[in-house]
Ligand binder design. Structure first.
Ligand SMILES: Nc1ncnc2c1ncn2[C@@H]1O[C@H](COP(=O)(O)OP(=O)(O)OP(=O)(O)O)[C@@H](O)[C@H]1O
Length: 333
């Protein structure tokens, strides 16, 4: 099938800062592709390069068979990371306004319902909560019923129920044939939504593939987390590898020891081991590896290297590009 998004070796530098360094990806029609990666990895720059608001220094990109700056804007939807619509229009008026920019938009009332905002539809944008504002922005990005939709951190600030609403919306769009490229820091979101995930680190896509494949390849082994203040050395006689929890991992207590490569059936043996040696613990939890493990094993080393380089060199760049440019890319009919 012909790729809807096709990029090869994209490069972009800002002064001394390398934002994109040979980024290549290809996204097929109806696919949901999630870009993940640390702050500053280049996700927004890649989205901008693919939507025609940043001119790459090198490489090539086509979307919907055209150059990003020449693509038919009726077929493209873009939600920038930061987007400030007129503050004194209600959610309903804003969606009607954005719908009016296109030849054949969706019914804005349907979009309002799809993003779960009927009750707050008559509230001015400036009086909506952060999560409600983000939902209006998501709605405005897809009001033209695009064939290709870019969503830069669509659910940031949205509560768990609202996030599910947006997830369902994205799933329905993809089922109907819309191609979706999104960025997220929420590994559960990437794992839930994406057919394929691309991990961007230091401007390059260091891994891409279906979440389950990435977990198999890079996620490492299962983890038994023992909440304890005991030293990992006191676990030395266990027949499994033992380590401190990975820095930055969600929901893993700081004071813990992680036992690797252990089957659930063998947990009882660990409990006996702890009790035989009077090692106090306050909890035990077992987990299969997930996308967060992939992220930590691939992005963390690159990130440490980048920080080391920046501390040695220093960062510079030109004035920050205005995200309203990006909004414009998706809005201008
Ligand atoms: N207009 C600009 N001028 C100067 N530097 C820029 C500009 N845009 C991006 N950068 C730099 O390029 C790098 C990549 O930024 P980018 O916004 O693409 O990262 P990101 O992965 O989207 O980060 P985040 O997760 O924080 O949104 C960063 O070091 C950033 O400071």
């Amino acid at each position: 099938m012909e790729a809807v998004v096709d990029a090869t070796d994209l490069e972009k530098t800002y002064g001394e800062t390398v934002a994109l360094s040979g980024a290549s990806l290809s996204v097929a029609q109806g696919e949901v592709f999630a870009l993940i990666g640390p702050n500053g990895a280049g996700k927004t720059t890649l989205v901008r390069a693919l939507t025609g608001t940043v001119e790459p220094d090198g490489g090539t990109a086509t979307i919907l068979g055209a150059s990003p700056s020449a693509v038919d804007r009726d077929r493209l939807g873009v939600l920038p990371q930061e987007f400030s619509p007129p503050a004194r229009l209600s959610a309903r008026e804003l969606l009607a306004y954005y719908a009016g920019l296109y030849d054949d938009p969706r019914d804005p009332a349907d979009v309002l319902a799809d993003v779960g905002l009927v009750d707050a539809g008559d509230t001015w944008y400036e009086n909506l909560s952060g999560g409600q504002r983000r939902r209006v922005c998501v709605g405005s990005a897809l009001v033209n019923d695009p064939d290709l939709l870019f969503l830069d951190e669509p659910t940031t600030g949205i509560d768990p129920a609202g996030r599910r609403t947006v997830w369902r919306l994205i799933e329905d769009l993809a089922d109907a044939g819309t191609t979706v490229v999104l960025t997220t820091h929420d590994m559960a979101e990437a794992e839930h939504l994406a057919d394929r995930v691309g991990l961007l680190a230091d401007g390059s896509l260091v891994a891409q593939g279906p979440p389950a494949d990435l977990v198999r390849e890079y996620g490492g082994s299962s983890r038994l987390t023992v909440e304890t203040t005991a030293d990992p050395d006191s676990f030395a006689d266990l027949e499994y590898p033992v380590e401190r929890p990975q820095r930055g991992r969600n929901r893993t207590p700081e004071e813990a020891v992680v036992v690797r490569e252990i089957d659930p059936a063998a947990i009882e043996g660990v409990v006996d081991y702890l009790e035989d040696r009077d090692i106090a613990y306050t909890g035990l939890s077992w987990a299969e590896p997930d996308l967060e493990d992939v992220y930590l094993s691939l992005a963390e080393p690159t990130e440490r290297e980048r920080t080391r380089r920046l501390e040695g060199g220093g960062e510079s760049g030109d004035a920050a590009a205005d995200d309203s440019d990006l909004a414009q890319a998706g809005e201008t009919a």
